[in-house]
Design a protein around this ligand. Structure first.
Ligand SMILES: C[S@@+](CC[C@H](N)C(=O)[O-])C[C@H]1O[C@@H](n2cnc3c(N)ncnc32)[C@H](O)[C@@H]1O
Length: 186
């Protein structure tokens, strides 16, 4: 796993050297996503990410899964979408990532219901409503990693509220390592 982490870190360092640091803005990579995934110690078959943005988090996740499906409601044309930075990636990493744009939450829920995946990374909308929805539709996989736990204020306190509620209600096993939080089915 430490090899995967080192490879992911180098991949992002190379990418930001070529594209500029802005490509990783707002990404979980700056908060140690690769380190979190390495510490988790598992390599997944299919990993689902909610919230693609520029796709940098998906690149890190692709070092810890055979396939990453990353879903966003903002059209790729309105963000620097993954396909633009694919050209810098090792082909084996690029081939693992499938980027899907959906127009709204209803389409996202329909898509996710049709997918089989082993882990979910929740980093889309951060309101309580959005986070609760994403948790509801992805928890079937048994392992959800939330970014931005327990961010408060600015309408971004969803991960904190949703994970703390799960913990209070003994719903699964919650472990936190700020700014991340894991939920695992009991
Ligand atoms: C913080 S960025 C994601 C960063 C990315 N996970 C990474 O680590 O590089 C949040 C993304 O969530 C998307 N988003 C916002 N609301 C969403 C929703 N309801 N469903 C899915 N994605 C959403 C935004 O368009 C934005 O691209």
């Amino acid at each position: 796993m430490r090899v995967a982490q080192a490879r992911a870190d180098k991949c992002i360092a190379d990418l930001t050297a070529k594209e500029g640091r802005a490509v990783a803005a707002c990404s979980a990579v700056g908060d140690g996503l690769a380190e979190r995934m390495a510490a988790n110690g598992l390599h997944y078959g299919t990993l689902l990410e909610i919230g693609t943005y520029h796709g940098v988090g998906a690149i890190v996740l692709a070092h810890f899964a055979d396939r990453v499906i990353t879903v966003d409601v903002t059209p790729p044309s309105d963000r620097q979408a993954l396909r633009d930075i694919y050209r810098w990636l090792e082909p084996d990493i690029a081939a693992r990532i499938c980027q899907v744009w959906v127009p709204d939450n209803a389409a996202k829920a329909t898509l996710v219901a049709s997918l089989h995946f082993d882990m979910a990374f929740l980093d889309g909308g951060h309101s309580e409503m959005q986070t609760a929805l994403d948790f509801r539709i992805t928890r079937k996989c048994g392992t959800c990693l939330f970014h931005d736990y327990p961010m408060s204020g600015s309408g971004c306190d969803g991960p904190g509220i949703v994970l703390d509620r799960a913990s209070d209600e003994n719903d699964g096993v919650v472990t936190t390592c700020e700014p991340f939080g894991w939920w695992r089915a009991a």
